[in-house]
Design a protein around this ligand. Structure first.
Ligand SMILES: Nc1ncnc2c1ncn2[C@@H]1O[C@H](COP(=O)(O)OP(=O)(O)O)[C@@H](O)[C@H]1O
Ligand SMILES: [Mg+2]
Length: 345
């Protein structure tokens, strides 16, 4: 068990396209997707509903065949695997879903046992492994409960245990927390982080919750209409989105506006400052006041952390002599991530 993240390509998409033909209608669900997933990383996939995220994810274990292009896992082109090899590959790739996909008529034990037996384990070996797994995911006491008797978080833990049963190296997660409340989401994300770190399992995670990506992903892929429109380090993509689509997606989720009464009551120019990277930790406002002798009031603000790095938004009003005010604004613009004059009074 390595605690260190190894790097190197684990999964490769090369010009992958998937289209569905139904009667006369053709849906191009995935269009010419090329990128790699590194061993040991947690990579998120975001985008609107229908963007092709699930379809792309399912090409990794060949639950979905590609129409063109190639998917390779550990250098093996999976489209060319024979059935025995495919079975082996699939046993190394666990998958979890929004609605858990547990078998309702089986208890927790049997829900996990069957994947172990299918993979050639004896009943006894399976029993040992199940105890180990349930302990790891923290639900040893639910061994003989049925899915209907479990909370959402507990069900997802069973699903995770089952996905890892055959020592998976890759865990595919399709909206794993979308059916969970905030607190449970947090707990499941912590478990996923732990799995990634302790077992060096590569995690590919689809979500529509940007907070999930900010919290656990190393990199993020943004999909729109079947295409990858952006890929990068999570902090970079959220602070400096490159594509218009990503900008819109982030803005929609992250609307942070100044209350209108605050805006009405404030005097002078009103400015919104977005700051990140080294700028987020600067005493920019204090510097501007000292340097230019302007009066600055902080009207509204927030700071959040993405991968432990700060990202801030601040609304200020600024008053003073026109020249000083102009220079102070210039100074703030230069030293913040982004500055926008909301009201130029
Ligand atoms: N089995 C299928 N048959 C026909 N169309 C499908 C099938 N699976 C997905 N699609 C279509 O492909 C597009 C992408 O779907 P999907 O990958 O599920 O998107 P996402 O997961 O991003 O919401 C959608 O237009 C969807 O309706
Ligand atoms: Mg989907």
């Amino acid at each position: 068990m390595s605690e260190q993240k190894r790097t190197g390509k684990l999964i490769d998409f090369e010009n992958v396209s998937v289209s569905f033909k139904q009667r006369k209608k053709v849906t191009e669900a995935v269009r010419d997707v090329t990128f790699s997933i590194n061993e040991g990383e947690i990579i998120g996939i975001i985008g609107s509903s229908g963007a092709g995220k699930s379809t792309l994810l399912r090409t990794i274990n060949r639950l979905q065949t590609v129409s063109s292009g190639r998917v390779t896992v550990e250098g093996k082109s999976i489209g060319e695997l024979k059935s025995g090899e495919l079975r082996k590959l699939r046993s190394n790739i666990g998958m979890i879903f929004q609605h858990f996909n547990l078998i309702g008529s089986k208890d927790v034990y049997s829900n996990i046992e069957f994947v172990l037996l299918e993979n050639g384990k004896t009943k006894e070996e399976a029993g040992k492994r199940i105890d180990e797994l349930l302990k790891y995911v923290g639900i040893e006491d639910k061994k003989h409960s049925y899915p209907a008797q479990l909370s959402g978080g507990q069900k997802q833990r069973v699903a995770i245990a089952r996905a890892l049963a055959n020592n998976a190296k890759i865990l595919l997660c399709d909206e794993p927390t979308s059916a969970l409340d905030t607190e449970t989401t947090e707990a499941v994300l912590n478990l996923l982080k732990q799995i990634n770190r302790e077992l060096n399992i590569t995690i590919v995670l689809i979500t529509h919750e940007l907070d999930v990506v900010k919290e656990i992903c190393d990199r993020v892929v943004v999909m729109d209409e079947g295409r990858v429109v952006e890929i990068g380090d999570v902090y970079d993509v959220f602070t400096r989105p490159g594509s218009e689509f990503t900008k819109t997606l982030i803005r929609k989720e992250n609307r942070f506006v100044i209350p209108s009464n605050v805006l009405e009551n404030a005097q002078g120019k009103i400015v919104r400052i977005d700051y990140f990277d080294e700028n987020a930790e600067r005493a920019l406002i204090a510097e501007a006041i000292e340097e230019f002798g302007v009066r600055i009031n902080i009207l509204h603000g927030r700071i959040e952390f993405i991968k432990k790095k700060p990202v801030g938004v601040l609304y200020i009003s600024i008053n003073g002599e026109p020249v000083q005010t102009r220079d102070a604004l210039k100074y703030i613009r230069k030293n913040s991530g982004k500055m926008e004059v909301i009201r130029d009074a």
